[in-house]
Design a protein around this ligand. Structure first.
Ligand SMILES: Cc1cc2nc3c(=O)[nH]c(=O)nc-3n(C[C@H](O)[C@H](O)[C@H](O)COP(=O)(O)OP(=O)(O)OC[C@H]3O[C@@H](n4cnc5c(N)ncnc54)[C@H](O)[C@@H]3O)c2cc1C
Ligand code: SF4
Length: 472
């Protein structure tokens, strides 16, 4: 424990954002790092609890008190080594993780939690700046071939772990770049994509072979993959979006969030030109249906594209301003949260059901809505209209895409339509085929995908070699 009285003397300070009026002029990250001295002060607030609940609050079980102590004593390089022992990509989570660890911080019971995510990000950013992060190339090769299908955080974490064990690893990705939703879903203003490129270079140096624009089940059959590999990991994500099949759904101007968001990311990375962007919020009244992360990303992107207004509708009731910590700690509480994108000027409305879309000549002009009570029952005489030129459906994802790869191999699905496998060995019903990430657990978080990637690597290594020293 760095400073015994730190938590008594120092208040929580976290990273600030650049002003909304400035940041919406571009797509760059806008979070301002704390600086070394303030980061060390914040690390000093960690109480090094006897039972550190943050360990289990964090899905990759980051050893948070240990690296807080190392940062406080100025030993940043060792802090980085410790952090990387549990998390392959802390610069991703240090930017976009919702930080369930902070909800479970013991200080959060009576005070404000340690700024864990900010400290994590500072450690890894410093490690990159100082050249401490290097490829870890295995000196002994096992002669085993592994195919990983999908290069989201689950596939990337599994690939890195397995290549470092000396296996030959091929990652197949249907898009032209690696990263999955990190690359094409999450906007650049939340995480710039050079962070992924740098990791891909590191992994290539570690021996991982990337094969882009290879849609397995379409461009290459699973039979070919099965023939050539000793083990296969499916990490294709959960890509089937939840639809809203109501009257007027066919009007032009109504799109899934994931038809809209990737276009902007591709423009920024020069995969397409701005003119090729088939959907834009520029000059439009935008309505986002769905109150989660994806909805927020649609809001921030719409403002940057020049939307006239953005309204976000949520069917669930407005959550309480503050949680009752006695009831919720150490778990993730339901409470009112305002994302950086929502704070850029979005109008938010809760307990709203969209009954139908309105249009003229096949083109969307608005929504017919009605208010619902806490049991989602319609409230009499509460119908209202909203003008809209663009509706973005951000109501989550139901399960992985079944057509193609999954149907070809006839893998067993669970009752939610995800690929069936337990968390002990991550093996599907088909010999030598494993599954990890959103494809197994359903729509989730980047940090859970990294955890599953690491854990499936442990299982695959054990399956191939009879034993493993990879951590779970
Ligand atoms: C818009 C949006 C914003 C989000 N924001 C956050 C956030 O801020 N923080 C957070 O923690 N989580 C966020 N999430 C959730 C998070 O991104 C996912 O939980 C995570 O990326 C899942 O990782 P994965 O590796 O399992 O799958 P994915 O990231 O979905 O990657 C799957 C990859 O597999 C590829 N693939 C699929 N099928 C095939 C095939 N047949 N052949 C070849 N390749 C294939 C896909 O192209 C994709 O690249 C967000 C999700 C969305 C949609
Ligand atoms: S990965 Fe997420 S949960 Fe874990 S320490 Fe970092 S911010 Fe917290």
């Amino acid at each position: 424990m760095g400073k015994v009285t730190g938590f008594l003397e120092i208040d929580r300070h976290d990273r600030k954002y650049k002003p909304a009026a400035d940041r919406i002029r571009n797509y760059k990250e806008f979070v301002i790092p704390l600086g070394d001295t303030e980061t060390k002060n914040q690390a000093a607030r960690c109480m090094d609890c006897g039972i550190p609940f943050c360990h289990t609050g964090c899905p990759v079980n980051n050893q948070i008190p240990d690296w807080n102590d190392l940062v406080y004593s100025g030993n940043w390089e060792q802090a980085s080594a410790n952090l990387h022992s549990t998390n392959n990509f802390p610069e991703f989570t240090g930017r976009i993780c919702p930080a369930p660890c902070e909800a479970s911080c013991t200080l959060n019971i009576t005070d404000e939690s340690v700024t864990i995510k900010t400290i994590e990000c500072a450690i890894v950013d410093k490690a990159w700046q100082n050249g401490w992060i290097k490829p870890m190339v295995s000196t002994e090769k096992t002669g085993k071939n592994i195919a990983i299908i999908g290069s989201g955080p689950a596939g990337l974490a599994a690939a890195q772990q397995l290549a470092r064990q000396g296996h030959s690893v091929d990652v197949y990705e249907k898009n032209s770049k690696a990263g999955g939703l990190l690359r094409y879903g999450i906007p650049d203003f939340k995480m710039e994509k050079h962070h992924i490129d740098r990791r891909v270079e590191q992994m290539q140096a570690e021996g991982v072979n990337f094969h882009f624009e290879k849609n397995i089940g379409v461009d290459l059959s699973m039979a070919d993959i099965e023939k050539n590999y000793d083990a296969i990991i499916l990490s294709g994500g959960s890509e089937k979006p939840r639809d809203l099949p109501i009257e007027g759904r066919d009007f032009s101007g109504i799109h899934f969030a994931m038809d809209f968001l990737p276009l902007q990311n591709k423009v920024i990375s020069y995969e397409i030109s701005d003119n090729e962007k088939s959907i834009t919020a520029n000059g439009k009244h935008v309505v986002v249906i769905g109150g989660g992360d994806t909805g927020s990303d649609c809001i921030g992107t719409s403002f940057r594209q020049g939307a006239l207004s953005v309204t976000q509708l949520e069917i669930m009731p407005e959550p309480p301003e503050k949680e009752n910590k006695q009831m919720t700690w150490p778990y993730w509480p339901l409470k009112m949260r305002t994302s950086s994108s929502q704070a850029e000027g979005a109008m938010r409305d809760f307990s709203v059901l969209t009954e139908s879309f309105e249009g003229s000549d096949g083109i969307l002009t608005g929504l017919n809505c009605i208010r619902v009570d806490d049991n989602l029952k319609k409230i009499d005489n509460s119908a209202f209209k909203i003008k809209a030129d663009l509706v973005l459906l951000a109501m989550g994802f139901v399960h992985p895409i079944h057509e193609g790869l999954l149907k070809q191999i006839g893998v067993t699905l669970n009752d939610r339509g995800n690929v069936q496998a337990n968390e002990d060995d991550y093996m599907t019903n088909i010999n030598k085929i494993f599954v990890a990430g959103d494809m197994r657990r359903g729509q989730s978080l980047v940090v859970w995908a990294i955890r599953e990637g690491r854990q499936v690597a442990h299982s695959v290594d054990k399956y191939l070699m009879g034993q493993t020293n990879l951590p779970r």
